[in-house]
Design a protein around this ligand. Sequence first.
Ligand SMILES: [Zn+2]
Length: 293
Amino acid sequence: MIWEAYPRRTEKQPSHLECILNSLTGLNELNVEATRRIMKDVARRPVSRYELEAIVNSIYPRLQSWIVDLPRCIQDGQSSVPHIFLLHMYYHTTIMVLFGLLKTPLESSERTRLISPEEARETCIDSALQVAHMIRMHRTKWSIEYISAMAMHWVAIALFTLLDNLDEPRSRDAFVDLCFVARVFSRRWLLAKGILRMIQITAEKMNIQLPTETDTLLDDFSVNSWDVDKDARRLSSAYPNFILLAQRVSALGNTVDDPIDMDEWLAKWDGEKARTPDGRQFEIIAGLLPPCA
Ligand SMILES: [Zn+2]
């Protein structure tokens, strides 16, 4: 089967769709298994550190086998069709999500048995850098305007992963590149706007100094693009703040009652600015609060 770029019909290439579909199914199976094991408690009680380590430790070797056993034609560097980049970014995002649950420093009562926070952190950053690398390749080859909407999720998790490692130059460079890409996405997709706003506010709340290279971009986004009244009210997804989700699963940081979903979280932290002239509080469409009268 042949693939060609759309709408710019520049070149024809083998699509590898069959190879990708089979491999995607295998990766989905691993994701579903990991999610079920981590979220098996319907009451959503936090999972113990050791239990999380055991789950990640059993899934990770299978993820590594998955990437090694990919058909040669869709291995890294073999083809530049966009859906192969997306498949690899999905793999790296899976790793960032799983190891992201284990990178918080240990409590005094905890000890590492299988995976240390440092190891988890390094593994997450390596994968975030890989996502940035593949986005750069996609951008060079096909431009970023024609990328699939799925890329928004991989970029979001990579941005959250790099956020607390900006002192390291390679992370900082990758973060700046991905911020630029997220800004492009935000012009097209409302969800990407919400993600970019979450990154901005999360950095502020965590006292993280964002790279100066992103100042102009983020200022422009805040002033000319993000409309706290109009945009945030339209967000109704259960898209989580990834850093807080990781803390929730492992019982660190915020309390169970604190919001982690994008709409409620933005409403809480952007809410003060969203008061309407008549003093009404921010409206949450899909959250727990009733809509404004
Ligand atoms: Zn193939």
